[in-house]
Design a protein around this ligand. Structure first.
Ligand SMILES: NC(=O)c1ccc[n+]([C@@H]2O[C@H](COP(=O)([O-])OP(=O)(O)OC[C@H]3O[C@@H](n4cnc5c(N)ncnc54)[C@H](OP(=O)(O)O)[C@@H]3O)[C@@H](O)[C@H]2O)c1
Length: 273
């Protein structure tokens, strides 16, 4: 068994690499530039938008951990079939709870549909927002102890990327074929509660400023293309998706409960130093 991990330098893919390495499962990390990888993980260079750049990396691969939303996916999947790959685990999202016309849901849906008809076995992971999104507050925290939070009244059961990775590792070893796994963290917390947990974990007296919808709208529009800003506003302000409900899928698949935000903060406190 050899696994190809895409997004290997990111929050989710990086956790998949760590999980596979910890279990001694041979894996290749698709990367775009040199980086340090755990012992036993082989670097392979390529661009996810250009499947011809990593055809050779597929030789001997049995499973792929695949990020959503990249170009020329059909070509990548055909290359995978030709190389003898058996299984693809797609990192999709909770956005598929809602309207497929939503810009974020649309690219995840397109990826899932291409994989469904590829002839490969598959598992689709649809996680809630990641705990690692807390890193988006870093700039504000360098400037002071106040964090401006979007959608202050919406509790979200954010998920630790290591839990996504542990589920992915199981699926890449053959479990959950043909299953869509909706993944949540252990408890729903408002952004204000998340800031309090972060402050306690990093030893700072943080306060949360609850942004109005108009402020949130302006901030989203300023930070990403308009269709994505609209998509995210609809998820949480209009509640077109549900990231509040907690389920036990992580426990069922991995045998351990989902990790808490307190754990994520403890593991990443140095980044907020
Ligand atoms: N954040 C959330 O709350 C959330 C929730 C549900 C689903 N998701 C999905 O999860 C995905 C991954 O999230 P994340 O937080 O792990 O992202 P991330 O930390 O930003 O990592 C993205 C990874 O993709 C790689 N990458 C980007 N463009 C590439 C390309 N053209 N070719 C090869 N590699 C490329 C990056 O490599 P480099 O280091 O070379 O840039 C990096 O390893 C998101 O894109 C989204 O689709 C996220």
């Amino acid at each position: 068994m050899t696994i190809l991990v895409t997004g290997a330098t990111g929050n989710a893919g990086g956790a998949v690499v760590q999980s596979l390495a910890a279990q001694g499962i041979p894996a290749r990390a698709l990367i775009r530039s040199a980086t340090s990888l755990p012992t036993g993980i082989e670097p392979v260079y390529g661009d996810l938008n250009k499947p011809d750049t990593f055809v050779d990396a597929l030789a001997g691969v049995t499973g792929i951990f695949l990020l959503s939303g990249y170009d020329r996916l059909e070509e990548l999947l055909a290359n995978a079939v030709d190389a003898g790959v058996r299984k693809v685990v797609v990192l999709s999202s909770s956005s598929l709870d809602g309207e497929l016309t939503n810009a974020v849901a649309a690219y995840h849906h397109a990826t899932e549909e291409a994989v469904r008809v590829s002839g490969l076995d598959w598992t689709f992971l649809r996680p809630n927002s990641f705990m690692s999104n807390t890193l988006r507050w870093l700039d504000q925290l360098r400037a002071g102890d106040e964090v401006r939070v979007q959608f202050p009244d919406v509790p979200v059961s954010t998920i630790h990327p290591r839990d996504i990775a542990d589920v992915a590792a199981r699926a890449l070893q053959g479990s959950a074929d043909g299953e869509v796994l909706r993944l949540t963290g252990p408890v729903a917390l408002t952004p204000v509660e998340q800031v309090a947990i972060l402050g306690e974990g990093i030893g700072r007296a943080l306060t949360a400023y609850p942004m109005t919808r108009a402020e949130t709208h302006a901030a989203l529009e300023a930070s990403m293309p308009a269709p994505y800003a609209t998509a995210i506003e609809s998820f949480f302000a209009d509640r077109t998706i549900d990231e509040t409900t907690v389920n036990n899928t992580v426990t069922q698949v991995t045998g351990h409960p989902p990790r808490t935000l307190q754990t994520w903060v403890q593991e990443n406190a140095r980044l907020f130093g």
